[in-house]
Design a binder for this molecule. Structure first.
Ligand code: GLC
Length: 663
């Protein structure tokens, strides 16, 4: 494992960097100094979408070229594989024989390539090869991968076939393809890798898919950390520092300044030919559809910081004063006092992976689970000093309250559904059983059939008179990984996935949400969103990236065979279909109508799933053990209000001291 000794100094000036234009007012008033810089670069920006992709391809091609002679065979194989799967190979793969397109790419981006040709990538190719071979030797018990099946075996060099059976070779090929593809998405800032493009699909309009999304980078980061035999933590560290630096920008939308702690949804590296250097642009929600700030970004950032520290043992990064400050700013945003009566975090629609209107506003499970996870990670990483001790205490109190609230009020199983069905309404005072005055008639019909006798899950949302009974995969898996779910709840979630396999997994894992909103409900809840029609995209679409989360949750639950089944399904199609962003249809049989191909997190999600199933100890990077000090949920609702005085055991935060990170 390579260790990183020096901490990059955080630049103090933001003059090199740009914010995405947040509104017309700023442009007119010219209130931001960056506006001037932007207008001077207008010609560059008009073409920046396609250029960004070409530039990234060139960067990566050049890294590969360094090892071209030694590894020509490997590249040839990758190209052949890509041709065989019908991908747009001429656009994204350059080999020794592909001279014309090589020249075309070279002339289009000569300058940028020069500027950003990735340092630190020497030996990448051999790492990849070792890594791929490692995965073969790790004797996966998975079935052959039909996507790179028999017809392609002839292209795999004999040497790598020698010790492998058909299954292993096929799996090797798909892993190999995935690593190659992942490299093509690397983004460099001043010659250092700092993230990955959301997608590298030259056949589709870029929109903002040519940016580095914080949430999208998480599986890529994990893949780099888990890579065998040599992990690549450098890109993860660079990403953490770069996004931390962006957090320091002033963020204004329509005259309103966002909180200091807000992390960007995404950023983009651009080359400024006038200054002759790379510059950054960031989006804090000002350019996003619906103008929503990403609540999940800061949480993912903290979670990833812990993964990095856990994997590398490099405590110097998380202990750096700037990093400690960044963490505190994120937490300050979420822990500030307000009018809340719930410990959960109030959110706007579109503030997380589901970044369009889908009726998740309120207290969505995805954010609550990420909040809990980030609080627990921060608890381990915050240095104790007079400044932090108060914050650490607040964190502990919130963890206790949040887990109590989610474990009790979001949990739904057969018994609980029956309880809610029989709820009385209009109850008043502390003795109320139906605390949020949920009207039983509001329970949707589908949930009565969907709920198995064995199994349960955390529902999508709980607020006054509202329970969103939909299943959301991210929130449930994160609840398992962070130990927000108790052991019994974890088992029940796994039972549900098995019992409702056809609905939640179908032909292509995994449903992001279940069921889809249709008809009038779709009208009202999504605002007639044509991208989120029933069983498409966020509205019941199937997202291969979620495979890594399911795999991690299954391993944690001691049920890896569930993940293996899902991985087998993915291996039948994902690479063959060109690594799409999402699939449509009740069973996820169709490539999504607007799905990007070569979506980076579809690729890295698969890699992480494989790396974890082959080496379950990787789970430790992204999972927290149960905190025994957190109170278990009470079993009956009627008993959930403490009538007697709180005791030390019912309020553990009052008597416990902050505990520190134990690697
Ligand atoms: C879509 C997804 C979002 C993702 C982005 C980039 O907007 O909804 O979760 O981060 O694409 O892949």
């Amino acid at each position: 494992m390579s260790s990183i000794n020096s901490i990059e100094k955080l630049p103090s000036s933001a003059t090199d960097e740009l914010q995405f234009p947040m509104d017309d007012y700023q442009a007119i008033a010219g209130t931001l100094t960056v506006e001037k810089t932007e207008s001077s670069k207008a010609p560059m920006q008009q073409n920046d979408t396609a250029d960004e992709i070409w530039r990234s391809i060139n960067n990566n091609r050049d890294c590969l070229q360094k090892n071209r002679d030694d590894h020509g065979e490997g590249l040839q194989r990758a190209t052949t594989l890509i041709r065989a799967i019908g991908a747009e190979e001429e656009a994204v793969v350059v080999t020794t024989t592909d001279r014309d397109s090589s020249k075309r790419l070279q002339s289009a981006t000569d300058k940028e390539t020069e500027e950003t040709d990735g340092g630190g990538n020497d030996g990448e190719f051999s790492d990849k090869e070792k890594s791929g071979r490692g995965s073969v030797e790790n004797k996966s018990s998975l079935k052959p991968s039909p996507s790179v099946g028999i017809s392609l075996l002839q292209f795999v060099p004999e040497a790598s076939c020698a010790k492998s059976n058909v299954s292993e070779t096929s799996s090797y090929s798909m892993m190999d393809d995935a690593w190659e593809r992942l490299r093509l998405s690397f983004v460099y800032f001043q010659k250092k890798p700092v993230g990955t493009l959301a997608a590298v699909d030259p056949s589709a309009e870029d929109l903002n898919y040519n940016q580095v999304f914080v949430r999208d980078f998480v599986p890529t980061a994990l893949a780099c950390l888990m890579k065998v035999p040599d992990p690549e933590p450098e890109i993860v560290k660079n990403f953490l520092l770069k996004t931390l630096h962006l957090q320091g920008w002033k963020k204004t939308i329509d005259n309103f300044t966002l909180g200091e702690g807000v992390m960007p949804a995404s950023f983009k590296v651009m080359y400024d030919p006038f200054q002759e250097k790379d510059v950054l642009k960031a989006d804090f929600g000002g350019s996003a559809i619906g103008r929503v700030a990403p609540v999940d970004s800061g949480f993912w950032w903290i979670i990833l910081l812990r993964s990095y520290t856990k994997c590398t043992g490099d405590f110097s990064l998380s202990e750096e004063p700037e990093v400690q400050k960044g963490m505190k700013l994120i937490l300050d945003l979420c822990l500030s006092d307000g009018f809340d009566t719930f410990p959960t975090l109030l959110c706007a629609d579109g503030c997380s992976m589901i970044d369009r209107r889908m009726g998740i506003y309120g207290y969505p499970i995805e954010i609550q689970a990420l909040f809990f996870f980030a609080l627990r990670c921060a608890q381990q990483m915050l240095k104790e000093d007079t400044d932090s001790n108060k914050l650490i205490e607040r964190i502990e109190r919130r963890i206790t309250a949040l887990s109590y609230h989610i474990r009790n009020y979001y949990w739904l199983d057969f018994t609980q559904l029956n309880n809610i069905y029989r709820y009385k309404t209009e109850e008043y005072s502390h003795t109320a059983v139906n605390k949020f005055n949920v009207i039983p008639e509001s329970i949707p019909d589908w949930v009565f059939d969907f709920m198995p006798l064995k199994g349960g899950y955390f529902i999508g949302n709980v607020s006054p008179a509202r329970m969103d009974f939909r299943w959301f995969l991210v929130g449930n898996c994160i609840a398992i990984l962070s130990s927000l779910a108790t052991v019994a709840q974890t088992t029940a979630i796994m039972d549900l996935v098995e019992e409702r396999w056809e609905d939640l997994i179908g032909d292509m894992p995994l449903k992001i949400a279940y069921p889809a909103l249709e008809g009038y409900e779709w009208n009202i809840v999504t605002g007639c969103d044509p991208k989120n029609t029933r069983w498409s995209y966020h509205n019941g679409g199937s997202w291969p990236v979620l495979l890594w989360l399911l795999t991690a949750a299954c391993i944690k639950a001691g049920r890896p065979q569930i993940a293996k089944r899902a991985i087998e399904l993915v291996e039948q199609r994902l690479s063959k279909d060109g690594w799409p962003e999402y699939y449509d249809g009740k069973k996820g049989r169709y490539v999504g109508k607007q799905a990007r191909k070569f979506q980076t997190w579809s690729i890295s999600g698969y890699l992480v799933a494989k790396l974890m199933i082959e080496n379950p100890s990787n789970l430790a990077m992204i999972s927290l053990e149960e905190d025994k000090k957190i109170e278990k949920p009470r079993l009956t609702r009627s008993a959930s209000w403490p009538c007697s005085k709180p005791t030390a055991t019912s309020l553990p935060y009052a008597v416990t001291l902050p505990y520190r990170w134990s690697p």
